[in-house]
Design a protein around this ligand. Structure first.
Ligand SMILES: *Cc1c(COP(=O)(O)O)cnc(C)c1O
Length: 504
C-alpha cells in the first residue's frame, strides 16, 4: 500500500503542492500523484465555496457547478487547465444531461443518484474527469503513460471507460475472476480497444493487488515505463467527488438564506473512504454538512469513528455490497491528516504503526475530532435487503446494495426519531448493475438493453492462473507495450504527428 504513494500527507516538507502541479506530475510518473492534498484545499484556506451560493441563488446546474467548484479550489486548480471544457468532455457520454440527479422519495428519503455514467456507478464521475485532465497534460507534453489498475469491480470498468481509445494512454486492469459480478466483468472484457489490456486473476482483490504493489516498489521500472495507477487512492477522485457534496447540499438544504446555514446530513456508503474524504474536505471548506460513514459488515471505518479502533480485521468478509468489501480503507490516511491539523508527522507515525502492527488506536484528540465531524453505522446483509425491499414497497424504486447501506441508516433514523437535519443518501451505483442481489432481495431487476447487449459482445481477457507468476506476467506485458511503442505509434503513420514517439 505504501508503495502506491502517500507523498502528500506524509512528506516532511509537506506544504502540499497545488493541484496544477499534481496534474502535471501525473504525466511524468504518476505513482507519486496518489497521495497529494493540494494546499489550495488545505484547512487553512478561507471558505471560498459559500460564495457559490450568493453568486447563484438557484441550485446550480451540475456541470456548471462542478466546474465552478473546481475553479473555486483556487487559481492553481483552474489555470492553465481549461477545467470547464475538460469537465464537459468528461461527462459527454453520461446518460443524463444533469450528470447527477437528486431523487426525493417517501419518508423524507433523498437519494443522490451518482450513477449516470457509462458503467452505472459513481466512479465514472471522477475517473472520467481524471482521464481528461491526464490526457490534457499528456498531450501538451507529448508523453505517454501506462495505467495499472487492480479492481474489485467498479474502478476497473470506470477507468477503462474513461481512457479507452486515448492515444497517449495504455491501461492494464487486473480483475478478480469470479469475484466481481458478471456485468462488471463484461463491462471490462468487452472493451476491445487497442489500448485496453484486461487480465482475469484467479484470486480475490487483495491477492491481485500483490503483483501491482510488487511492481510499483520497483521505482526504476515505474519510471522507465511511465507507470501510474488510477484508483481509490488517487487525489483526483477525491477532488471531483467534493462537488457531489456541494450539489447535494444546495438541493437538500431547507434554506440558503439562513445565517448560519442549516446542516444537511450526508449519508455516505463507503469502503475505501473516498467519498468520505471528499465530504470531510467539503466540510473543511465551510459546507455545513454532517457526515455519516455507512459501511457493510467490513467495519474498520465504523470502529475507528466509534471507538478509535483502526485495526485490521482477520479477513475481508464478502457482503452484498461487494464494492465496499475493503479491509484497508486507503483514504482514511487523508482523513487522519485533515483532523490532526494537517500534521504530517503525526499522520506518518500513525500509518507506519498501522502498517507494522496492523493495529492502531487513534490518539484521543484525533478520535474526538473525527467523531465530532462524522458518525457511522455498520449495516448487515439482512438490513441491506430490508432497505432495498422497503424502498421498493414505498416508492417502486430499486436501490443497489451499496446505496441501500446508506438508506438503511436513513430508515433506522426515521423509525427511531425524526432525524435532526435533512438527510441525503449517496447512491453509489445503479441497481441495474447488481441484478443478482436485487433478485436475492425478492425483487425484480430491470435490466436495460445496453446491459443485456453486453452478453452478446465479443470479449478479450488474459487469464492469470493460480501458480502463474503474476508479477512476471504483468512486467512482461508492460515491457511488451513499451517495445511496441518504440517500434512506432499504433495509430496512423508516425509523420502524421510530426514528432517522434514519446520517450519511454
Ligand atoms: C467504490 C465503490 C464504493 C466505495 O467507495 P469509497 O468512496 O472509496 O468508499 C461504494 N459503492 C460503489 C458502488 C463503489 O463502486
Amino acid at each position: 500500500m505504501s508503495s502506491l504513494g502517500y507523498s502528500g500527507p506524509r512528506s516532511e516538507d509537506q506544504e502540499p503542492e497545488g493541484a496544477q502541479s499534481a496534474w502535471h506530475r501525473a504525466q511524468s510518473v504518476g505513482s507519486g500523484w496518489a497521495g497529494i492534498v493540494p494546499s489550495c484545499v488545505s484547512p487553512s484556506s478561507p471558505r471560498p465555496f459559500l460564495r457559490l451560493r450568493t453568486a447563484d441563488p438557484q441550485p446550480p446546474a451540475p456541470t456548471g457547478s462542478r466546474a465552478r467548484v473546481l475553479r473555486a479550489l483556487g487559481p492553481a486548480a483552474s489555470a492553465p487547465c481549461p477545467a470547464p471544457d475538460l469537465i464537459d468532455r468528461a461527462f459527454s457520454r453520461f446518460r443524463s444531461g444533469d450528470v447527477v440527479h437528486l431523487r426525493k422519495l417517501k419518508n423524507e428519503l433523498n437519494v443522490l443518484e451518482l450513477w449516470y455514467g457509462v458503467t452505472y456507478a459513481f466512479k465514472d464521475l471522477s475517473l472520467s474527469c481524471a482521464a481528461q485532465f491526464l490526457q490534457y497534460f499528456l498531450e501538451k507534453k507529448g508523453k505517454h503513460v501506462t495505467i495499472v489498475v487492480g479492481t474489485s469491480g467498479d474502478t476497473g470498468s470506470a477507468a477503462i471507460e474513461s481512457v479507452q481509445g486515448a492515444k497517449n494512454v495504455d491501461i492494464i486492469v487486473l480483475l478478480p475472476k469470479g469475484h466481481c459480478t458478471k456485468i462488471q466483468e463484461l463491462q471490462m472484457t468487452t472493451v476491445l480497444k487497442e489500448n485496453v489490456h484486461v487480465f482475469g486473476v484467479e484470486g480475490n482483490s487483495d491477492e491481485l493487488d500483490e503483483p501491482i504493489k510488487a511492481m510499483f516498489t520497483d521505482v526504476a521500472f515505474v519510471k522507465k515505463h511511465n507507470l501510474m495507477s488510477l484508483n481509490s487512492i488517487n487525489w483526483c477522485r477525491v477532488l471531483v467527488q467534493i462537488a457531489h457534496h456541494f450539489f447535494a447540499y444546495f438541493q437538500c438544504s431547507p434554506s440558503l438564506d439562513m445565517h448560519p446555514l442549516p446542516f444537511v446530513e450526508m449519508v455516505v456508503p463507503t469502503g475505501a473512504g473516498g467519498n468520505l474524504a471528499a465530504g470531510c474536505l467539503a466540510q473543511k471548506m465551510g459546507l455545513p454538512v454532517r457526515l455519516v460513514a455507512a459501511v457493510n459488515h467490513n467495519d474498520i471505518i465504523h470502529r475507528a469513528i466509534q471507538r478509535g479502533d483502526f485495526s485490521l480485521s482477520a479477513a475481508v468478509r464478502p457482503s452484498l455490497a461487494s464494492a465496499m468489501d475493503i479491509q484497508v480503507p486507503y483514504n482514511m490516511e487523508r482523513i487522519f491528516w485533515l483532523f490532526s491539523g494537517s500534521n504530517s508527522q503525526v499522520t506518518r507515525a500513525l500509518m507506519e504503526q498501522f502498517e507494522r502492527t496492523q493495529s492502531l488506536h487513534l490518539p484521543k484528540d484525533l478520535h474526538s475530532k473525527l467523531s465530532e465531524a462524522m458518525t457511522s453505522v455498520s449495516v448487515s446483509d439482512e438490513a441491506i435487503t430490508q432497505a432495498m425491499g422497503r424502498c421498493w414497497e414505498e416508492n417502486q424504486y430499486l436501490l443497489c446494495p451499496h446505496s441501500a447501506v446508506a438508506v438503511s441508516y436513513h430508515y433506522q433514523q426515521m423509525d427511531g426519531r425524526q432525524p435532526s437535519a435533512p438527510q441525503c443518501c449517496l447512491a453509489s451505483a445503479s441497481a441495474v448493475k447488481f441484478p443478482e442481489v436485487v433478485l436475492a432481495a425478492g425483487l425484480t431487476p430491470k435490466i436495460p438493453e445496453e446491459i443485456l447487449a453486453l452478453e452478446r459482445k465479443e470479449t478479450r481477457c488474459t487469464l492469470m492462473k493460480r501458480g502463474d507468476d503474476w508479477t512476471r506476467m504483468l512486467r512482461a506485458t508492460i515491457e511488451d507495450l513499451s517495445r511496441k511503442r518504440k517500434r512506432g505509434p499504433r495509430r496512423g503513420p508516425r509523420k502524421q504527428h510530426g514528432k517522434a514517439p514519446p520517450a519511454i
